[in-house]
Ligand binder design. Structure first.
Ligand code: SF4
Length: 477
């Protein structure tokens, strides 16, 4: 007797899903808006991570109208930490299209759904099948893996042509009247059983006729050519600490409205020319969350002989000494190691040239790393004192040279206070400051502002700066 392997797959999978499906918050309703939000959040992101974001997002924006009418900054804030922020901006743009074109109701029409901003073939298939039970395939990486294994397909799933072929195959498998459950069953099997590295064939409902497994090739499939590895980039960032009326605050800036991490907030930072960063260059496997303690040994190697932690490091406790070296403010007389001094000078000069902001990095503070799909940022973070904002017409070279010889960054005392002081040092400071004053603009560069911890509740930061700032505020408390 010949078994129809397609029919077997469809019926066994559907039956398995209906008996085993997880109780996930977006499965409590077939509201197309809820399906849409969940599917966008689940792209590139684990279910466990998405659940709290989804619940908060739906509390805040329970309807398409609420999402469409919200300020973009609020939407980004609700997405903060989830990454791939263009998803949030596109979702809101799509919601606005639904308001404008369809009176706030997602249309039960595949071409119209496919035309919405940010909705690709997979999301269109998921919305149409789950919300409207239409026989549309929803093919993502999980589904391509399952079908490649079950049918022992040799085509490279990185190729667009393969995806199209698998979509045709997936559409042919959808049982009549059960598109939503079948598509979710495929996704569920890929997530729970037919996983990338260790498929659980022995518990798989379709094992009996899985061609990949019968050929012993389940671990080789699917065939996928490797994407180009992310390009490493080194960046130097400054935590510019305020003084006087800005004491307790740090300086942040908002990114442009388009491009990578559009409209999000960040620390002032510069791209190091030709700097790939040793950590980033070696990172074959993406890592997240390179923190202060992990990076402290590198700092100790460069700064310990001159910094506050030098004695402890020499005594043999390199790792713990390094943490102290990075934590404690070095003595006023301590000079940074030459490599660090060069880096700090580059940060100072580049920020002045790019933004007219004159800051003085004081010391290295931590390293953070972030992996995007196409680049890896290795961010070296320095604590810095605020100096000035240069006038547009200021001769930067002269002003930089004058500022270099002054102590004005650190003090930020008023000219009156300096004049009133009897000390020769303060008199010199006042003179330096007067010399610079003609080049100084009290206005921060556009997009910059001072923030305290409380402002973090309102502004959306990308993960890498969120981690750095959280650590900074924690240490200050
Ligand atoms: S039998 Fe194994 S390889 Fe085949 S679909 Fe099931 S889990 Fe995947």
């Amino acid at each position: 007797m010949t078994v129809d392997v397609k029919l077997f797959f469809s019926s066994e999978l559907l039956d398995w899903y209906r008996r085993n499906k997880r109780d996930l918050p977006w499965r409590q309703s077939k509201d197309p808006y809820r399906v849409w939000v969940s599917e966008i959040m689940l792209q590139q992101t684990r279910v466990d991570t998405v659940i709290p974001y989804y619940e908060r997002f739906m509390d805040k924006f329970p309807t398409i109208k609420a999402l469409a009418g919200a300020p973009e900054s609020e939407v980004l804030k609700m997405w903060e930490g989830l990454g791939y922020y263009s998803r949030a901006r596109n979702l809101q743009a799509g919601a606005r299209e639904v308001m404008a074109l369809y009176g706030g109701a997602v249309p039960d029409d595949a071409p119209s759904v496919a035309a919405l901003k940010g909705v690709g073939p997979y999301t269109k298939g998921a919305i149409m099948s789950i919300a409207f039970n239409r026989p549309e395939p929803a093919v993502d990486g999980n589904v391509m893996r399952v079908l490649s294994r079950y049918f022992c397909l040799e085509e490279d799933i990185a190729k667009a042509r393969t995806r199209v072929n698998i979509e045709v195959l997936a559409a042919s498998l959808i049982p009549e009247g059960a598109a939503g459950d079948f598509n979710q069953g495929l996704m569920e099997l890929g997530a729970l059983v037919c996983t990338p590295k260790s498929p659980g064939c022995l518990t798989c409902p379709v094992m009996a006729h899985c061609a990949g497994r019968l050929a012993g090739r389940e671990l080789e499939l699917p065939i996928k050519t490797k994407a180009k590895p992310p390009r490493p980039e080194q960046r130097f960032a400054a935590i510019v600490e305020g003084a006087g009326e800005y004491a307790g605050k740090v300086l942040v800036r908002q990114r442009p409205e388009t491009g990578l991490l559009a409209s999000m907030w960040e620390l002032p930072h510069v791209l190091v020319p030709g700097g790939s960063g040793p950590a980033a260059a070696q990172a074959e496997q993406p890592q997240r969350g390179r923190g202060r303690k992990r990076a402290a040994a590198a700092y100790a190697a460069a700064a310990a002989p001159l910094g506050a932690g030098g004695a402890d490091a020499a005594a043999g406790g390199q790792a713990s000494a390094a943490v102290r070296a990075a934590t404690a403010e070095p003595a006023a007389t301590a000079a940074p190691a030459p490599e660090q001094a060069e880096r700090m000078a580059l940060l100072c000069r580049s920020l002045a040239e790019e933004t007219r902001l004159l800051v003085r990095p004081r010391r290295w503070w931590m390293e953070a790393e972030h992996v995007f799909s196409h680049i890896i940022w290795d961010v070296q973070v320095y604590l810095a004192d605020f100096g000035f904002v240069l006038e547009h017409n200021a001769n930067q070279a002269e002003v930089l040279a004058a500022a270099e010889s002054s102590g004005v960054y650190r003090t930020r005392q008023s000219s009156d206070a300096l004049k009133a002081s009897g000390s020769a040092e303060d008199q010199q400071l006042d003179s330096d400051r007067t010399c610079l004053d003609s080049h100084v603009n009290e206005q921060l560069p556009e997009g910059y502002r001072w923030i305290g911890l409380e402002d973090m509740r309102e502004l959306a930061f990308p993960n890498v700066f969120l981690r750095i700032l959280r650590e900074y505020w924690e240490e200050r408390d």
